[in-house]
Design a protein around this ligand. Structure first.
Ligand code: ADA
Ligand code: CA
Ligand code: CA
Length: 215
């Protein structure tokens, strides 16, 4: 009998990688970016910058966001979104925004949230839609310096709440001001399990900061 020659593919091609470009929108699907790096620009802490990637009831995984191109990060603009194994080489205005129902960040890593070169450390995740949940899990890790890990919007047009944060396996391997910025008057709830914090700024409450949301 003849023995068939061994054949193998040394490098797998991720069919979706070419779709992972700054400005892309993914809807009702999971897109594996295969480790590509994307980015647009970073105008420091300016609000109104465009998201790098928009998810509409969709998931993205295995993506890097470039240090100088983080803009307004990833938006979950509707439905349930999962952001899995994403690396932010630096956070620009923020890393991701929940404008949907449940936004889950699973694994991955974010470096400084300093809004680009010369900026000061600021928020990582922004939560704008009410009656919705942000989940941080799978040992999502922060390194470098940060303000808040999560902020519930204090002045959104879609105001009120509550907004929910669930942390279940997060490591802060750098320095942070606080974990959750809740609006107490909107009855926000942060549920925190398995959180490791290496260092936090003196004089700041390390876990919850209470705010009053305004209309
Ligand atoms: C700030 C600002 C909000 C909203 C938010 C965001 O919290 O006050 O109105 O723009 O940032 O989405 O980044
Ligand atoms: Ca923002
Ligand atoms: Ca910011």
């Amino acid at each position: 009998a003849t023995v068939p020659a061994l054949s193998y593919q040394p490098f797998a091609t991720i069919a979706n990688a070419s779709r992972c470009k700054a400005g892309a929108t993914f809807s009702n699907e999971t897109v594996d970016c295969g480790g590509v790096t994307v980015g647009s620009s970073c105008a420091s802490d300016a609000e109104g910058q465009k998201p790098v990637i928009t998810l509409k009831n969709a998931s993205v995984k295995n993506l890097r966001i470039s240090a100088s191109g983080g803009a307004d990060g990833i938006h979950c603009s509707s439905g349930n979104c999962t952001i899995e194994n994403v690396v932010w080489e630096d956070i620009c205005e923020d890393a991701a925004t929940n404008n949907g129902k449940t936004m889950t960040v699973k694994g991955g890593l974010a470096f400084n949230s300093a809004n680009g070169p010369g900026g000061k450390p600021d928020k990582v995740f922004q939560h704008n839609s009410k009656n919705s949940t942000t989940v941080l899990t799978g040992n999502f890790t922060l390194t470098g310096e940060h303000g808040k890990l999560w902020r519930s919007c204090g002045d959104c047009t879609d105001n009120g709440g509550p907004r929910y944060l669930t942390i279940s396996g997060v490591t802060v391997n750098g320095k942070i001001d606080s974990i959750a910025g809740v609006n107490s008057n909107y009855k926000d709830v942060a549920t925190i399990r398995n959180l490791k914090i290496k260092d936090y700024k003196a004089g700041k409450p390390p876990v919850c900061e209470h705010y009053t949301g305004v209309k």
